[in-house]
Design a protein around this ligand. Structure first.
Ligand code: NCD
Length: 441
């Protein structure tokens, strides 16, 4: 039987698959009504534990345009989740005989990865907390590709709530894979999380440099913009190689709303920046397209709506042909020439009974009954690991070996010698001892 393909992260598709899906989407968009022969009799289930307009409706429209049917659980409060059913059990049931594919939106980071482990059918991540939103990224990349004619080496400004926007996180990993130069202009206090920056550096070779973005005019009001440049710059890169980081011309400005539903008490959002005609008149932005995953609040002023550079409504419309291509591909109804990606980072199960993930909104902490724990090793020296579900760094002071039952300081040579599948992480000695590990003499 062919392996089930899931779309939990943008990394689940290879660059050549993405390009081929874009070509298919372009074909679909010529006449959305003439593809109902592609997936007749297939059913997708929308399991939405969080609010959605565009993502759910465009998935459901896409499935119907492909000739299939949809099951909608858009308000999971009215489902058995309200009776305390776990995500794992819901997924086991829905993937059993009800649906051929699951589209999942969930407030916990890593939820889609957990769902994929329990599902008998493909799972598409339609947003997991502030972690990732890969299909929005495919709409975003598709828009860039249509408008700019290519994806390699573009110069893109990302603005707004970079901390909690899952659309930003998925988009930035994909932009890094396409060797983009990325200028981050966060609202103060809503900068890219450290774990995203670390992942960009360690997994995608993007180098973050703090820089002055004053050339960008009003948009760079916040002084601490961060530039991410490919370690091996693309030849078309517009950044000067001397790292003086002058931005001469930007291809796109991607704006995001404050993700207030995920903000903590310390995340103040007074005077959130508004992008308008004034900001877009700065010289480097004159030819830039304006993008937004929507919904918008006040961060893009209505005076930009009729500007030909504003593409956010087109970007939302393009969600349909793109999602048609994704659905048909994962359902095995499209023959693609491209190969799937190589496995980038292996996940190792955590066997010992404690969860080292510090993220309280990670699915491994919010759903304890069917807990699966896993980590990926992000660096061997110094030894660093990230949660296999939410990608956040696991704080390590001591490292144990599950076969010798000994523990060692993280930076010791003995710790580095432990096989990854034998590694156990501890906060402190008390935790190690409680789990039956002893120090080596
Ligand atoms: C985004 C989301 O849900 O993360 N919306 C969407 O899917 N288009 C962005 C947002 O809510 O701000």
């Amino acid at each position: 039987m062919p392996r089930i393909r899931h779309l939990v992260s943008v990394d689940d598709l290879s660059i050549s698959e993405i390009q081929e899906l874009f070509n298919k989407a372009k074909d679909f968009s010529k006449d959305l009504r003439s593809w109902s022969h592609l997936c007749p009799g297939r059913i997708s289930a929308s399991l939405f534990y969080e609010a959605s307009t565009r993502t759910r409706l465009s998935f459901e429209s896409s499935m119907q345009r492909l000739g299939g049917g949809v099951l909608t659980a858009a308000e999971m409060r009215t489902s058995s989740a309200a009776k305390g059913e776990s995500l794992a059990d819901t997924v086991r049931v829905v993937s059993g005989a009800y649906a051929d594919l699951i589209v999942l939106r969930h407030p916990s980071e890593g939820a889609a990865r957990l769902a994929a482990e329990f599902s008998q059918v493909p799972v598409i991540n339609a947003g997991d907390g502030s972690h990732e939103h890969p299909t929005q990224t495919l709409c975003d990349l598709y828009t860039l590709w249509i408008e700019k004619g290519e994806l390699e080496g573009l110069d893109v400004v990302l603005a707004g709530d970079l901390r909690y926007s899952r659309t930003i996180h998925s988009f930035i990993y994909a932009l890094a894979r396409f060797c983009a130069n990325i200028v981050c202009v966060p609202h103060r206090g809503l900068e890219l999380p450290d774990y995203v920056l670390r992942r960009l550096r360690e997994e995608y070779g993007a180098e973050p440099v703090r820089a002055d973005a004053s050339e960008l005019g009003e948009i760079s009001r916040e002084s601490d913009a961060v530039y991410l440049t490919p370690a091996k710059p693309h030849q078309l890169s517009l950044f000067t190689d001397s790292r003086r980081l002058r931005v001469d011309r930007v291809d796109a400005v991607y704006m995001t709303r404050p993700q207030t539903e995920r903000h903590g008490e310390s995340d103040e959002i007074e005077s959130y920046f508004q992008l308008g005609q004034n900001a877009m008149s700065a010289k480097p932005l004159r030819e830039a397209i304006v993008m937004h995953p929507l919904p918008r609040r006040d961060e893009i002023s209505a005076d930009l709506d009729d500007d030909p550079r504003s593409l956010y409504f087109k970007q939302a419309a393009r969600g349909v042909p793109i999602r048609m291509a994704i659905l048909a591909h994962l359902l095995g109804c499209l023959e693609l020439q491209a190969s799937p990606p190589d496995v980038r980072t292996r996940l190792f199960p955590i066997e010992v009974g404690h969860n080292p993930c510090p993220n309280s909104s990670c699915i491994t902490n919010t759903e304890k009954r069917h807990q699966r724990l896993a980590f990926k090793l992000t660096s061997r020296d110094p030894l660093r690991a990230a949660c296999g579900y939410c990608s956040q760094e696991i704080p390590i002071r001591l490292v144990g070996c599950s076969t010798t039952r000994h523990y060692h300081p993280r930076d010791s040579a003995s710790a580095r010698r432990i096989r990854p599948d034998h590694l156990v992480f501890f906060r402190d000695e008390a935790q190690a001892t409680a789990l039956g590990f002893s120090a080596t003499r």
